[in-house]
Design a protein around this ligand. Sequence first.
Ligand code: SF4
Length: 319
Amino acid sequence: MDEANKRSRAYAHLSECNLCPRKCGVNRFETTGMCMIGAETAKVNVIAPHRGEEPCIQGFHGSGSVFFSGCNLRCVFCQNHDIAHQRNGFDLTPEELAEWYLKLQTVGNVHNINLVTPEHVVPQVALSILAARDMGLRIPIVYNTSAFDSLESLQLLDGLVDIYLPDFKVWRSSTSKRLLKAEDYTTTAMESIKEMHRQVGDLSFTSDGIAKKGVLLRHLVMPGKEDEGREIMRWLAENVSRDLYVHIMEQYHPDAHVGKKRRVTRQGRVGGGQETKEEVRYAEINRAVRDEELGSVKDAAVKAGLWRFCEPNEGQFHL
Ligand code: SF4
């Protein structure tokens, strides 16, 4: 798709939005869908060099991160919920975003532009990358996503994104329905990750160990869900690539709605009166991940034939 075509497709998507599997069908120039964000601008919460990513992404000077407000998922354990589930932040046009990318490149001296939670603002993002290229942007673009993307939006990004950084969160539809509020998450993530890999391939690096192009796949191991993590590893090895670069993450902690108390009133069994009890929400994931759960996902990944793993504590070189 050439640049002019990309521009017109970007605007067309916003007039009847099917940019993600929610397929709200709304005209975002007039109203908003589930992601709560309109058409002319993207809402951004933070723009700054960031050192909280994988060593090959943050490098020596940091990753130029742009945290978008809003999200098309509703993960009950979201560790960015103050940004993702609320409309906090400032509105930027694609041209203003492009100017920020240039500032990150020239003033911040960062290794890449890292677009965090961009699934619901892909047209604005595509337009911003085209504008930034015209202004002289040279560093790689990282698309940092939950993988709840539509194929249409990924086609819009084809040729504009250098590094895809997708999560593959859970395996079972019942889990995604309960914990992400999206029943079709897994099938969507499978298609999206295959398309990302088709576009950019396995991850490659510069001579000093900084990610240059390809897919870096993340999986956050969840308490009691290690069997789902094992399935994900097997599927990736068999259907995407055994040379896929994978980060099996261990930093899950209860957040957002998990562990919050709520009062529940039910009809009592005796005498017909009502009983009020206090319950902990999502109690099954209200704890840290155990070492044996993490270990079983890592073992399954190795057994499936995966071998390129991100080990954040091992220093800078991850070739
Ligand atoms: S991007 Fe937003 S408006 Fe468009 S389909 Fe997804 S949730 Fe709905």
